[in-house]
Design a protein around this ligand. Structure first.
Ligand code: CTP
Ligand code: MG
Length: 223
């Protein structure tokens, strides 16, 4: 199976509040985007396409390995993945879509996603259980219901797809009113079954400054 990796790195990182776009922010001295590319490769992905902010093309090209294909992303994550998908080579039969914001994703997670695709899944996501009590609140912040958490999962990346399935799902979603926060929802909107494999806490997304501090602690110790 030939797998191509897409790294969504075109966000600005508003919630992190750094001076650089989030994917260029260093972790252990290396930009987040470089960590994400490396985890995909370590897990068995061959070619990698990275979607970057239009204004930062040169900065990303300077830090990424020469054999990484860099494309200009879009205003939303969905638009960025769509741009990268158009550049992904056609003879790949699988596509793994990953967030640059998940730098410490172990290669095992990538390998599990690839194995599920090799086993026949058309779409697969790494997931973790929800450990906190989870509730619904109203507009005033008053709790109105408990949510049974046993069937709930937190979805991570990389998310794996049969390439033709993902391309068709993105074509199906073109012009859809809904905003998608990941690729599995794009595929599910096209009626495709999405399977799951175990994720890993180390694949956590860096969203706010605290997340980056936690990741720095992990890079200081053997992983
Ligand atoms: N992303 C992207 N293109 C966009 C928006 C987001 O490729 N237009 C990418 C980000 O670079 C990130 C991933 O999607 O790797 C997950 O998004 P998120 O964590 O929300 O990152 P940002 O959008 O950069 O952060 P924020 O929402 O805080 O601005
Ligand atoms: Mg965002």
């Amino acid at each position: 199976m030939h797998a191509v990796g897409i790294v969504a790195a075109a966000g600005s990182g508003l919630r992190l509040g750094a001076e650089l776009p989030k994917a260029l922010v260093p972790l252990g001295g290396r930009p987040l985007v470089c960590w994400a590319v490396e985890s995909l490769r370590a897990g068995g992905v061959e070619q990698v396409v990275v979607a970057v902010p239009a204004s930062q093309l040169a900065a990303f090209t300077a830090v990424l390995p020469d054999d990484v294909h860099v494309v200009v992303g879009g205003d939303t994550r969905t638009a960025s993945v769509r741009a990268a998908l158009a550049a992904a080579r056609e003879h790949a039969d699988a596509v793994l879509v990953h967030d640059a914001a998940r730098p410490l994703t172990p290669s095992d997670v990538v390998a599990r996603v690839l194995a599920a695709l090799a086993g026949g899944a058309r779409a697969v996501v790494p997931v973790l259980p929800v450990v906190d009590t989870t509730v619904v609140v109203d507009a005033d912040g008053v709790v109105t219901a408990d949510v049974p958490r046993a069937p709930l999962r937190r979805v991570q990346t990389p998310q794996g797809f049969d390439r033709a399935t993902l391309v068709a799902a993105y074509a199906h979603a073109q012009g859809a009113a809904a905003e998608f926060t990941d690729d599995a929802s794009v595929v599910r909107a096209a009626g495709i079954t999405v399977e799951t494999v175990p994720g890993d806490e180390r694949a956590a997304k860096i969203t706010v400054a605290h997340d980056l501090r936690m990741a720095e602690l992990q890079t200081e110790r053997p992983r």
